[in-house]
Ligand binder design. Structure first.
Ligand SMILES: Nc1ncnc2c1ncn2[C@@H]1O[C@H](COP(=O)(O)OP(=O)(O)O)[C@@H](O)[C@H]1O
Ligand SMILES: [Mg+2]
Length: 320
């Protein structure tokens, strides 16, 4: 998939093939009006037909309004906006630094606690009871001003990518799970994931989850040590775009409209089949600059799909 020349380039700190810069450049064709300013392919621009540079940072493009994107970057605001618009979201409580967890009733557990303004599954953790919550808060309150405690939603985790009202890609994200062999420790079983964990998201999540990585899981025991299914946290993408029915397509369009976002990634958890009408689901968050590299790196079909979306984005940016 990656040509030897590319691989050599990556070592010289040239944009990797799955970076936004590389994908949009390729999507723009041979004479793409794309400039990349950093070694990662994260910071670049597309020259508009009017001769202006339209900058991007990751997948944050000039397509979304700045205000709408800022609202989406705040998980609490997003849940409030969507709830107000009549969409089902998990119950949530905002915990400000220094607040005690006594404000959360016993019946609210289990919870998922996360920083209000981060992404990639960073520091998203599961709190089964008040004792664990207290431990998590003691650790996270030092680093974050605002934490969001949300009702835990069981089910499958989906990411829907929407561009101008059209569902362009849907994938299920399967969280990290390993099967014990009665010999290796949890750390040993997780080694392939930890080796890829460049940003330390998985190792942080393991620490916050209080996972005993020295334990030897029994033969056949399945361990899913962290709650976040993000690809950056070791999750695996399974393309389900063709599975999504008209009901979910319409739902995604309505969510993007409610958020006033032209390009977005919508996270939904549900146990139902997305081929049929949405009935029982919860919107977890909406991303105005959804990361695509992990999905694009999953396989050739996924890379092609991502390129097709970016070709559309490229054309829209050229017209600005
Ligand atoms: N309320 C919840 N119930 C169950 N799982 C959750 C919940 N909130 C988050 N998660 C898991 O954690 C992941 C990351 O949470 P999310 O709010 O999307 O933050 P991020 O911005 O880091 O992606 C989700 O995709 C999901 O797998
Ligand atoms: Mg998310």
């Amino acid at each position: 998939m990656i040509s030897p020349k590319r691989r050599k380039g990556a070592e010289r700190n040239e944009p990797g093939p799955y970076s936004v810069g590389a994908i949009i450049k390729r999507a723009g064709g041979k004479r793409a009006k794309v400039r990349i300013y950093d070694g990662l392919g994260h910071f670049g621009s597309v020259r508009t037909r009017a001769g202006r540079e339209s900058y991007f940072r990751g997948s944050a493009f000039d397509i979304n309004g700045h205000g709408s994107a800022q609202v989406a970057s705040d998980k609490g605001y997003t849940l409030a906006l969507l709830k107000n618009a009549g969409f089902p979201v998990p119950d949530w409580t905002m915990i400000f630094r220094g607040e005690t967890p006594a404000v959360i009733p016993d019946g609210a557990f289990p919870l998922v606690v996360k920083p209000n303004n981060l992404s990639k599954g960073k520091d998203v953790c599961f709190a089964g009871d008040r004792v664990v919550l207290k431990r998590i808060l003691a650790d996270m309150s030092v680093r974050y001003e605002k934490l969001l405690a949300t009702e835990y939603i069981p089910g499958n985790d989906y990411r829907f990518l929407v561009l101008d009202g059209k569902l362009e890609a849907a994938y299920e994200r399967k969280k990290v799970c390993v099967t014990g062999d009665g010999e290796r420790t949890l750390r040993g079983l997780l080694l392939p994931y930890l080796e890829r964990d460049r940003e330390g998201i998985l190792s942080d999540a393991l620490r916050l989850a209080g996972a005993d990585i020295r334990r030897v899981p029994a033969m056949g025991e399945i361990v899913c040590p962290i709650v976040a299914a993000n690809i950056s946290a070791g999750g695996k993408a399974v393309d389900v775009t063709d599975r999504a029915g008209s009901g979910y397509r319409k739902l995604c369009r309505r969510i993007a409209e409610a958020m006033s976002l032209r390009f977005c990634g919508i996270d939904i958890i549900t146990t139902e089949d997305i081929a049929f009408a949405p009935r029982d689901y919860r919107i977890i968050e909406v991303n105005s600059s959804p990361s695509v590299s992990g999905f694009a790196a999953t396989g050739d079909g996924e890379l092609l799909r991502t390129r097709r979306i970016f070709r559309k984005i490229y054309r829209k940016l050229r017209k600005l």
